[in-house]
Design a protein. Structure first.
Length: 144
């Protein structure tokens, strides 16, 4: 939508509505249908969500994903620090609340998967050096 608004030369809401609907006359109806389908599917699966399913999901998140994520962070920090011939350390809880995952030397670092770039709507704005990692069949690739 942000590219479309750049092409729009009007100034008023009613002009935008008219211009947009002329360009994309089926967009509202198509989006409504897709959302309705998602809601209907969600309603169908809601009855299958129970305590056991939630507990399994929470356990996977807290135990498995946390363990793997923190191990990845440590390995990535170590690899980059070794390459830069510096020390590293993991972040403390106060740092983590600011989006910092660790330090290379004295520099704060945030480590994110490549999907992080896609999530531009996230409200967090991390103002530190970012290291992106991608899981591969033969290990992890990192970009910094």
């Amino acid at each position: 939508m942000s590219d479309l608004i750049q092409k729009f030369e009007g100034k008023e809401l009613h002009e935008w509505e008219e211009w947009y609907l002329k360009q994309h006359h089926d967009a509202i109806e198509n989006a409504t249908k897709r959302i309705l389908e998602m809601i209907e599917n969600f309603q169908k699966v809601m009855t299958k969500i129970d305590k056991k399913l939630i507990e399994a999901w929470v356990k996977d998140l807290v135990i498995v994903k946390t363990f793997i994520g923190l191990r990845f962070q440590k390995a990535i920090l170590k690899a980059v620090a070794d390459k830069e011939e510096k020390n590293f350390r993991l972040a403390n809880p106060s740092d983590e609340s600011k989006g910092i995952d660790g330090y290379i030397g004295k520099e704060p670092i945030s480590i994110k998967p490549p999907t992080y770039d896609i999530k531009k709507t996230l409200p967090e704005h991390i103002k530190v050096r970012m290291i992106l990692y991608k899981k591969a069949k033969d290990g992890v690739t990192i970009e910094y």
